[in-house]
Design a protein around this ligand. Structure first.
Ligand code: NOJ
Ligand code: CA
Length: 680
């Protein structure tokens, strides 16, 4: 890792009174990103209210937007503020991800710290730290320890995001019972309600913005609520008590982040969120190897098998053996087993406290299966469904992760199936509280999971999680999460619409790895239960959707019907050297190319929406002078998600070079997948 270069004082332009760092300037204070693209300006009005504004290439993105806090027990912070000093430094470093969409990440920013103080009796002090990147801004509040803030109880954060123009927003509602699992609304920005982040906005002039947060640790998750016009304001997730956030001594908020780009692709290419997280705290995590997993799962999700014991129990020794055989035959590294442990019988939605994560059911012979898997090079993935009984889970951490490690599991899948606001926390004195999945207590719970699992060299994939804020940089054993409407919705009424994945790429996927569980090939269901996808699109999802643990979600029997398409699922890697969005519009279509890590192959995936579309792109990312065999899996000419031609697929090969372009049709509800392997 290259050292960060400090350049104190560089690039600071004080509009009112030019001054050096650490002196006490009058606001406004302004600074640009190192390349000059983005500018932030902090002003103080006549009442002493602080506001920040952001412009890009001299065009306003955010008009002056207020800063401040409400507290449950003391006067708010928002007026009678003065700037007492500023500091600026530049940094430019490159770091390596142990796994990911890009192997190497450049972190080049200018940091502006603005120190503020109240002139009122409480005389509280804090700093707003901005980090300016070519492709966005992150900022956070930092409160040092001080006499009038020994304990802090935040009622609400008053941070505003006052967009300078209207636009179109893609967003899902916040604080509803089903947590993050809602379809996206596409509305004018001026009609947004209360939204989860990331919220993605295409401004009227075409500029794309994604508003989110980074490094959500010991704080409650931030949603945004529109206050008026095109102004959004922070709306923090509640906690069990009156305060949404409680702190003692010094404290900081997570980074509030805006990625700002010319187009949708630019949003995806930003590394801002990862860069705003702390480096890896776990040391060498090379014991975690990205890979695919099959699972005793789809039959349960469809209601044919049960998690609970009984005649239709899914996690039997015989079933798991069959899945191990299937995985071994297809180069799939893991088999996920759900319902393997005691606690599922009866109403598991309400019985999280019955779950025992070290006690298999009698019909699941874990020792025999682990030995069988070892012979065949397949490991099991353990499932920990907490039913939201998070404290009960914490009490079992040691035995649960020891059981996993003793049985050679590299990955555990966790789950928190309970309504929003219904996570069960039990204090040391035995009192029970109800917390939110995205609240402050859960932000800390997930860090405790990461640390407990890491002790045993176990990675985890959390379902019904807190939102992703780049913490996989700090805790690289937190390898994936759900946090959206995944494939499971396609087994129920109210299917995911064809545009869903083209929405997810530019919204939820900006949070990081997404366990969507792709690859359902049994698309034809009973009556109206057809899945709204072509077969080629299911293959495309292995490239379009990123997760280092990628599920092969259908059953062995269903895959046996499609040996041709199965080859792509077998070949496609789950760890990447480089990733590039070749084209895309939010909710309409996207084409992504990824280069495998540790190899020369490239893979391309494209998905569309309900319309017939075409995707044209250059292959100029290939190594010049090399010839590649392109194995193409595309929608057949008659393929259409609305008809029984959804399985129409054409599999063909051709030779290409970096000088070629491709132009492929995407059927309604369709997509394509391509494997490119060098031949000379
Ligand atoms: C919901 C999860 O998304 C799914 O993958 C899991 O099978 C069930 N909960 C049961 O835990
Ligand atoms: Ca669309």
């Amino acid at each position: 890792m290259k050292p960060i270069r400090f350049a104190l004082g560089l690039g600071l332009a004080l509009a009112a009174a030019p001054a050096l760092a650490q002196q006490a300037p009058a606001a406004p204070v302004t600074a640009t990103s190192p390349d000059g693209t983005l500018r932030v300006t902090l002003t103080i009005d006549g009442d002493g209210r602080a506001a920040y504004a952001i412009s890009r290439k001299d065009k306003p993105i955010l008009a002056p937007s207020r800063l401040g806090f409400l507290f449950t027990d003391v006067a708010k912070i928002d007026r009678r503020l003065v700037v007492t000093g500023t500091e600026v430094r530049d940094a430019d470093e490159t770091w390596t991800q142990p796994w990911g969409e890009w192997a190497s990440i450049r972190n080049r920013f200018r940091e502006l710290k603005v120190h503020l103080k109240e002139t009122s009796a409480l005389a509280r002090v804090f700093t707003v730290t901005f980090r300016l990147y070519e492709d966005g801004v992150g900022f956070r509040y930092e409160f040092p320890e001080q006499p009038n803030m020994a304990r802090t109880n935040v009622a609400e954060e008053l941070t505003e995001f006052a967009f300078a123009q209207d636009g179109t927003a893609w967003w899902k509602p916040a604080f509803l019972w089903n947590r993050e699992e809602y379809l996206y609304n596409k509305t004018p920005l001026s009609a947004v309600g209360t939204a989860d982040t990331p919220i993605t906005i295409k401004l009227a002039d075409g500029t794309h913005v994604a508003l989110h947060e980074a490094a959500l640790v010991d704080y409650s998750g931030m949603a945004v609520a529109r206050s008026e016009g095109t102004t959004l304001r922070a709306a923090l997730t509640p906690g069990a008590g009156e305060a949404k956030v409680r702190k003692q001594g010094a404290w900081t908020t997570p980074w509030r982040t805006l990625i700002v780009a010319d187009d949708a692709a630019g949003l995806y290419h930003s590394h801002l969120m990862l860069n705003l997280n702390e480096p890896n705290k776990l040391g060498d995590v090379s014991w975690f190897k990205p890979g695919k997993f099959a699972g005793v799962w789809w039959n349960m999700i469809k209601g044919e098998w049960t998690w609970a014991r009984g005649p239709r129990h899914g996690a039997t020794t015989a079933n798991v053996k069959r899945y191990i055989d299937f995985a071994a035959a297809n180069g799939i590294a893991h088999v996920l087993v759900e319902g393997w442990n005691v606690g599922w019988d009866g109403d598991w939605f309400g019985n999280g406290n019955d779950m025992d994560f070290a006690r298999p059911t009698e019909d699941f012979d874990v020792k025999a299966l682990v030995a069988y898997g070892r012979q065949k090079g397949v490991r099991l993935i353990g499932h920990h469904e907490t039913g939201g009984a998070a404290s009960h889970y914490e009490k079992q951490f040691d035995k649960a992760f020891k059981f996993a490690a003793d049985n050679g599991y590299m990955v555990v899948k966790t789950g928190y199936v309970t309504d929003a606001g219904q996570i069960e926390r039990v204090d040391a004195d035995g009192k029970t509280y109800r917390e939110w999945h995205e609240g402050q207590w859960m932000s800390n719970h997930f860090i405790r999971v990461a640390e407990a699992a890491a002790k045993y060299k176990v990675a985890f994939d959390s379902h019904e999680p807190i939102k992703g804020t780049g913490l996989q940089r700090t805790y690289p054993n937190w390898v994936a999460r759900e946090g959206m409407r995944g494939m499971e919705y396609n087994s129920w009424a109210g299917k995911n619409p064809p545009e869903h994945e083209a929405n997810l790429v530019f919204t939820r996927m900006l949070e990081g790895p997404m366990d969507f569980t792709p690859g359902i090939v049994s698309l034809k269901g009973e009556k109206d239960s057809n899945i709204l996808s072509t077969l080629a699109k299911q293959l495309a999802l292995y490239v379009v959707i990123y997760s280092p643990v990628q599920m092969v979600a259908d059953t062995p029997e269903n895959y046996a019907k499609f040996p041709g398409p199965m080859k792509f699922i077998r070949d496609v890697p789950t760890d990447w050297q480089d990733s590039r969005v070749l084209n895309g519009e939010i909710g309409d279509f996207v084409t992504i190319a990824r280069k495998q890590r540790g190899g020369e192959g490239w893979y391309i995936g494209a998905v569309g929406d309900e319309q017939e579309r075409a995707s044209a792109f250059k292959l100029d990312f290939l190594t010049p002078g090399k010839r590649y065999k392109a194995e193409i899996y595309r929608d057949g000419d008659q393929a259409d998600y609305r008809t029984d031609r959804r399985h129409d697929i054409v599999i063909e090969s051709r030779l290409v070079t970096s000088a070629d372009t491709m132009n492929l049709r995407i059927a309604p509800g369709g997509g394509f997948a391509i494997r490119l392997v060098p031949v000379n």
